[in-house]
Design a protein. Structure first.
Length: 293
């Protein structure tokens, strides 16, 4: 009996060692967890530049990124007397690709007929892009990355036209101060609409948008990633384009609650977050998909 027991223990121990030696399988992009990130951001209140809510959000972002194993760099500066902060999370090796989202919310709902001076909750306009980046940070497989991947969380995108502020203050700061030029930039903005339709943004780099939308079609998302131009917009991709860096904007401008007080978490669809997340995950983990043309 003792010999049989010893054999059983040895067999069990060998099985445990074999299990430990196998690389852990990376988790799939979890749309419900990404949606909880949207809710967590909205629960903080409006994330205006320089506000306590913005400080609390950055602490949340740094904590989630650290738990996922990313190295986070912080850039602090002052604009128009307001302290601002960009976060840049890094992982992988080789030429860098940059995926970016803004985390601030607009200080007034100037498209809202009933409350144009109220700040917005920013569930889709701000929080949805941040949520996609956070869930990518948790689920990208380091063994499959063929580049250095940089996830940028940008301050002060959405105050343009208010009290003399321009658009994309944080993105411009990053574009001007990065020591290393990324191969390309992808901006993720307002992607959570339940009626998701992501058209090509007209000023975006053609070869890069075609590549991303082709991957989306391969995943069965052709009705959500619509491969034709509909809008041109100044957004966080613009400062990078101005410096000659290929860049695209993944954005859904057909969002009825844009810059209104109705941009709340119930308007965001986990399935929409998942589609964008899975497309970007496929891009970053597929050999050759991030190569320049």
């Amino acid at each position: 009996m003792r010999r049989l027991a010893s054999l059983a223990v040895a067999t069990c121990f060998a099985a445990m060692l074999a299990a430990c030696s196998r690389p852990a399988q990376p988790a799939a992009f979890d749309p419900q967890r990404a949606y909880r990130d949207v809710e967590a951001q909205v629960a903080l209140g409006p994330r205006l530049p320089g506000s306590p809510a913005s400080d609390r959000l950055r602490a949340y972002l740094r904590g989630e990124l650290a738990r996922a194993g990313w190295r986070v760099e912080v850039d602090r500066w002052t604009f128009a007397g307001v302290g601002l902060e960009n976060l840049l999370a890094k992982r992988g090796r080789g030429p860098a690709v940059l995926i970016a989202a803004h985390y601030d919310t607009r200080a007034c709902a100037d498209r809202d007929l009933h409350a144009p001076s109220a700040p917005i909750a920013g569930a889709n306009d701000g929080a949805s892009g941040v949520a996609v980046l956070l869930e990518l940070a948790r689920t990208l497989d380091p063994q499959k990355l063929h580049n250095g991947v940089w996830l940028a969380f940008l301050d002060a995108e959405d105050q343009g036209g208010l009290q003399g502020w321009p658009w994309s203050v944080g993105a411009r700061r990053m574009a001007e101060t990065l020591a290393t030029r990324p191969q390309f930039v992808i901006v993720v903005d307002m992607v959570g609409d339940g009626q998701q339709e992501l058209y090509w943004e007209a000023s975006s780099t053609p070869w890069l948008r075609e590549r991303v939308w082709s991957l989306a079609a391969d995943l069965g998302y052709g009705s959500n990633f619509v491969a034709r131009e509909k809008y041109s917009i100044i957004d966080d991709h613009t400062p990078f384009l101005e410096r000659g860096i290929p860049a695209i904007d993944i954005i859904d401008l057909d969002y009825a609650y844009w810059h209104t007080i109705e941009d709340t978490a119930d308007k965001v669809s986990p399935a929409s977050l998942e589609r964008v997340g899975r497309v970007l995950k496929r891009l970053l983990e597929t050999p050759g998909a991030t190569d320049l043309p």
